[in-house]
Design a protein around this ligand. Structure first.
Ligand code: MRU
Length: 315
């Protein structure tokens, strides 16, 4: 399995996801402030991976004798939408300073096991010879390892059930084109990269058996925040009668949030939409760049968790 996040010698080592797949560059965070900056800047991204990184940030604060309350507030403010960040920080807050590193390591180990369980449960739901559409990046890079929706794809592939993954490029940050395509290539899983606007015609022509996505925060009623574009895919899937599954570690369920209207949606910078890295293709017009959208529960066929299918009514 690809390695992208490791705690060693009191520092957090991160494979820099801003420059993948063109460069494999590691960033070393030696303080919690550097961890918070790496989360904000998307060196590390994806809801479960953000939670794991923040847990290591707290462990680092404990080891360095820093103010734990201030560190928690700093890390919590690093990105607003993924609830795994708050979840991990609350787990660390319940431990003594001496136990924090062990707890962070445990969160990391657990996340891999959770993803494998989601993968197995989700693979059951797919038909033989499945063609699936995947949005954003939900793989090893987005988690402690293995992946959630991409974990389902890995498990289905291992069972010989998977014919094709349509990899949505995921404008504007291109997590699909840059990161998911990279992970699938490394594992020789059959895939084709498509622009986001190709999804409708693929579904219309019967070439999608299921849509698989991850999530950043699921409200108690099942409304689901995930990467911008997820809502559009869910509307299309409903129209064309395609099952729409959300891979959801239970750490992404926010039982304190009653519905999607309460989920904070991150707005990101104009430069992500105007171009990529040094290449700009748009003039300096105003840009609206929400990083996430909220899909109403009614458009979702099922939420696949480490304990099997979850449903909002069953809680
Ligand atoms: O902005 P990102 O790249 O952090 O957004 C990631 C997503 O929206 C993922 O789909 C989600 O975090 C689930 S990752 C298992």
């Amino acid at each position: 399995m690809l390695e992208h996040l490791r705690y060693a010698d009191g520092a957090l080592h991160l494979l820099d996801q801003r420059v993948l797949p063109l460069e494999e560059r590691w960033i070393v965070c030696e303080s919690p402030a550097e961890v918070a900056r790496a989360i904000t800047d998307m060196v590390v991204r994806g809801a479960p991976a953000i939670g794991v990184a923040a847990a290591y940030g707290m462990a680092m604060a404990a080891a360095q004798g820093l103010d734990l309350e201030k560190t928690r507030a700093l890390l919590l403010a690093s990105r607003p939408t993924a609830v795994n960040l708050r979840w991990a920080l609350e787990r660390l807050a319940a431990c003594s300073a001496e136990r924090m590193l062990e707890e962070a390591l445990e969160i990391h180990r657990e996340d891999v096991a959770i993803n494998r369980a989601i993968g197995e449960a989700g693979a059951e739901l797919l038909p033989d010879g499945a063609q699936v559409y995947h949005h954003c990046n939900t793989g090893t890079l987005a988690t402690g390892g293995w992946g959630t929706a991409l974990g389902i794809i890995r498990s289905a592939h291992a069972r010989g059930k998977l014919r094709q993954v349509w990899v949505g490029e995921t404008r504007p940050y291109l997590q699909g084109a840059r990161l998911t395509a990279y992970e699938l290539l490394v594992e020789s899983i059959p895939c084709a990269l498509v622009t986001d606007s190709t999804a409708a015609s693929l579904m219309a022509s019967g070439r999608v058996d299921a849509v698989l996505v991850g999530c950043d925060r699921v409200a108690a009623n099942g409304d689901t925040a995930n990467k911008i574009g997820t809502l559009g895919l869910a509307v299309l899937a409903k129209h064309f009668g395609v099952p729409f599954y959300v891979a959801m570690p239970l750490s992404t369920l926010d039982a304190r949030c009653p519905d999607g209207s309460q989920i904070p949606i991150e707005l990101r910078g104009a430069e992500e939409v105007r171009g990529y890295r040094d290449t700009l293709w748009a003039p300096p017009v105003e840009v609206h760049n929400p990083a996430f959208d909220v899909t109403p529960a009614a458009l979702i066929t099922g939420w696949v968790t480490e304990r099997g299918l979850w449903s909002p009514t069953a809680g």
